[in-house]
Ligand binder design. Sequence first.
Ligand code: ADP
Ligand code: GLC
Length: 492
Amino acid sequence: MNILFVTPECAPYVKTGGLGDVSAALPATLASLGHDVQVLMPAYRGVKVAGEIGDGVELPAWGPWPAAQLVPVKVENGVTMQLLACPSLYQRSGGPYVDAGGRDYQDNALRFGLLSRVGALVGTVHSPLRGWVADVVHANDWPCGLAPLYLAQSRLISPQEPTAASVLTIHNLAFQGTFDMATADPLGVPGHWRGLEGVEFWGQLSMLKGGIQFADAITTVSPTYAREIQTPEHGIGFDGILRARAARLRGILNGIDTRVWNPAQDALLPHRFQRDDLSGKAACKAALQARAGLRGDPAAMLFAVVSRITPQKGIDLVLQNLPRLLSSGAQLVVLGQGDPALQQALREAADRHPKQVAVTLGFDEGLAHLIEAGADVFLMPSRFEPCGLNQMYSQAYGTPPIVAPVGGLLDSVTDASADPVRGTGFVMTGADGEGLADALARAQRAWRQPQEWRRIQANGMARHFGWEDSAMQYLDVYQRARAAGSAAPASL
Ligand code: ADP
Ligand code: GLC
């Protein structure tokens, strides 16, 4: 199959969270299974992609969009990156979605509208890629949400021409890509599709809703989250439309990129280790304590967080439980960035307890690896978690996670209290402060029993989190989407 994977971020070039990791690993796995995979992503400022650069293709100015260019780079994993170059839209000093001050770019509708538009075009006979036409256009999250809509529109305008099947993956329903309905004009959303059956969401235009309504297949990143988002509690206003489209919705658990996240070969670690010899892990703990300025004590139980610092991730629950943790002699290391009030609270805790709490505000790939390797326990008390990758990385690195009983966390961690033989971590009884307190106490008890602890570590390290199974499930979704045909309303 010719697969076009459309994404706003892709590691290691641009990454703000798990979508970046998925955009690197899933296409590479699909390519290794024999498919022809191209990844379409904006050419943001500073993005450097190593590989064989091909001839660029000019895209003429179109509607509200200036002229742009597609630059192909063949990267080593068998995937071709198609960098969408449009300097006035993408060459900015901030991140992919927000400016240096953390505010959304005011022209995000146009910036990601173009990404979606070009993605859809590659799935038609008018593909600009010199004869390469996608069989499947796989769009990710709200920034690509309009790609399925544009494909549905092409089908209606030229029903005799073949068009790609469209698949939307929801990585996080909380980001809905809402804009003033007036943007429907420049974006070219047809009049009939601006209502409840189309992109309308509380009077605004939601790009994510466009994807949900028009995609031939919808996936999300864990089976549990696929069920949760169809309920009012977790549906964030979209549960009704997701229930209506349930027959085309499937949850597929993310994998981890074992080329990047493997403690036996991780080049970002000062010491490497594997399941039958954890001496390198102990050395990583000492290195982490030294780097973080914590007391260099192997007997101090070291808890860790690597995360976007947002209410989603339950960082406030960690702060709530901190006094009890510290009085037990434990240590906490945090790496992350986000919400200013939570960052401030973390910084104050570190100032008050410099030998027990270390907080690094920022994005640091190398430190993230060292923390996964050097910590004793990883904390992920998320209020909701579509999939979550860090709890999988931590299991692979012999760092049992404490997780909330939600989404992909439930699908990827086995509770060691409920299942002492196969347990790989600790599942909280509820996604709240008490649930975390209880799980912390259970983890501390288990840690005092070295044999029990070793078993939990070994179980996690033996667990298979590779991408192959999930990639096969995506292929099945692609095939079904092609067979099922259009889900769109029959008029423009
Ligand atoms: P989400 O996508 O919701 O942020 P995930 O657990 O799926 O959560 O993925 C987060 C990814 O981003 C992981 O690879 C994690 O290591 C990484 N990450 C998050 N914050 C930071 C940070 N401050 N520095 C380095 N890596 C980070
Ligand atoms: C989102 C989710 C996270 C998931 C990631 C990759 O950012 O918050 O749970 O792991 O996407 O799918």
